[in-house]
Design a protein around this ligand. Structure first.
Ligand SMILES: [Fe+2]
Length: 305
């Protein structure tokens, strides 16, 4: 078997508004338009990925939270209806997806070998979270490639961002080892926004973009700083600054998805491609494509598990 590899990573935010505005047949509510900056950013990501064939999508999601270790989707087929608990008027999505079970079990084993807890999720009736569904739909709406979804852990909240991120580096390394051992060509998705303070009321017409803008200037400055680091290829610095970013911009990267993705990609130092930036109910979101590191500098865990 050929050694597998990470084909690319992506920051792939999951506001359900994006699927709502796309009007795919899987989603029941209908929209007229909305959030074009981000939807067209995903379109540019899809065009770029068309030149980088991959055979599995790995996604780390803030909206599947587990307090003991990480759970990994590991049943071959999931089918059902996902309703966003906050935006049920925007997202009632019928899904039907396949899972790469062999890779899922390999990730579980490598994660355990790294000293973290991991559990395969084998209940075929388990309901898939909207973070997984929106990021995967916007990246690959055909749903013709199997996925593996990985839950986020509460260590960032229960302990600290530093401890949580150290674990995400170990999880990212374990993920990459599993990909290499199983011969897969994998796309990584970090399913999260950047800044995440948001409005608590929405306009009568949700897609009325005359009401949409970033929540405050502080958040905007933090988002631009993060995107500047992406564009310079300073991916380790992004994670180094995560505790301040999380505290000052209430960033959704707190759940560890971004750190996991950058670690699995080997903390590349080449420029990343910002396909677009936009706000959704005031939160800051960017679609960013991350090239895999050409040379891995060794496993990224710094011993703070
Ligand atoms: Fe979210």
């Amino acid at each position: 078997m050929n050694r597998g590899r990470i084909v690319a990573g992506a920051l792939a935010p999951h506001p359900p508004h994006l699927v709502y505005a796309e009007n795919p047949p899987q989603n029941e509510p209908r929209a007229e338009c909305g959030w074009e900056e981000l939807r067209w950013a995903y379109e540019r990501l899809r065009l770029s990925l068309a030149t980088k064939p991959f055979d599995v999508i790995l996604v780390h999601t803030p909206h599947w939270r587990t307090s003991r270790g990480h759970h990994v989707l590991a049943s071959p087929h999931f089918k059902g209806l996902s309703v966003d608990p906050v935006f049920p008027h925007l997202f009632r999505y019928t899904y039907d997806l396949r899972v790469d079970v062999e890779l899922a079990h390999a990730i579980v084993e490598e994660t355990r070998a790294a000293g973290l807890e991991a559990v395969p999720m084998c209940n075929p009736d388990f309901r898939i979270d909207y973070g997984t569904l929106v990021s995967c739909h916007m990246t690959r709406p055909q749903w013709d490639i199997p996925i593996v979804a990985i839950s986020s852990n509460t260590a960032h909240d229960d302990l600290s961002v530093e401890v949580g991120d150290a674990r995400m580096k170990a999880l990212g390394d374990a993920t990459r080892r599993a990909v290499e051992a199983t011969g897969r060509k994998a796309l990584l998705l970090a399913s999260c926004s950047l800044s995440h303070r948001h409005f608590t009321q929405e306009p009568a017409l949700p897609e009325d973009m005359t009401h949409e803008h970033i929540y405050n200037y502080n958040q905007y400055l933090w988002d631009m700083r993060m995107l500047s680091l992406f564009r310079q290829g300073r991916t380790r610095q992004i994670v180094d600054e995560a505790p301040d970013f999380v505290e000052q911009a209430v960033s959704e990267t707190r759940a560890g998805s971004l750190t996991w993705m950058l670690a699995a990609a080997g903390f590349p130092d080449e420029p990343c491609t910002v396909h677009g930036y936009g706000s959704v109910i005031g939160t800051g979101n960017a679609v960013v494509e991350v090239p895999p590191a050409r040379v891995h500098s060794g496993d990224a865990c710094d011993g703070k598990l």
